[in-house]
Write a new protein. Structure first.
Lengths: 117, 117
DNA sequence: CCGGATCCTCGTGGATACTG
DNA sequence: CAGTATCCACGAGGATCCGG
């Protein structure tokens, strides 16, 4: 193998490892949507349940717990009656905003392509 | 609700729909890695099996079939003995390159953050 | 070498009912 | 309102063997 190819291959492997690292944190089909949603505004549990279309209550609470563990979102319990819980994105979580934008942009293009074919 | 908030909410919903569209095509934990790999060079089945670390043969062939159906990659059977099969990225598939870069970049940052904490 | 077929396991995820 | 608990179905995904 030529040195140049070998270099490319090394880059490729590093990239795959990095992608795997990201997907470990954002696994499942909901987490990116939740992050994207909370990038716009803090939201309550019930609001997320409506906005993230198709998610069930169990999955939402599970995913929220995961995201909180990874310090991507923050859970705020407001001291009211009845209880109100607000989820908001952390500073670290907002570093994912570009990622969500790129994914959403491609989705829009893809949808157009499907419709036109 | 104020008009401005309502506008934001609309944007948010559209974005979530777009994200879902993308994830429908790139579901599972392997497709993005495969795409990223083929962005570097066309590869054979057995090469991908080594490069995409952890994937099993069954999953690889299944994912490749999915990606081919969505016109993101192309399967080339070379007329040799024994048979050689090369997978390469299509023009449409290469429109995902930016996406893979952004995901990989975040993965690298995230790994650094984990190590430093 | 490139997979397909088969069998098996386990996690994902929905539905529903229930608690504070 | 904001979840938890339980039950259940289904598909993801691994292991292994087989065929062109």
């Amino acid at each position: 193998m030529k040195p140049k190819e070998e270099f490319h291959l090394k880059q490729c492997r590093q990239k795959i490892r990095a992608i795997h690292d990201t997907l470990d944190v954002l696994n499942g089909k909901w987490k990116i949507s939740i992050i994207s949603c909370l990038c716009y505004a803090p939201m309550r549990y019930s609001e997320l349940l409506k906005e993230v279309h198709g998610i069930s209550g169990k999955m939402l609470s599970r995913e929220l717990k995961d995201l909180e563990m990874n310090n991507l979102i923050k859970r705020n319990v407001l001291d009211t009656q009845p209880v109100v819980v607000k989820y908001e994105i952390t500073e670290y979580g907002s570093s994912l905003k570009e990622l969500t934008n790129v994914i959403a942009d491609w989705g829009i293009k893809h949808r157009e392509k499907i419709i036109n074919s």
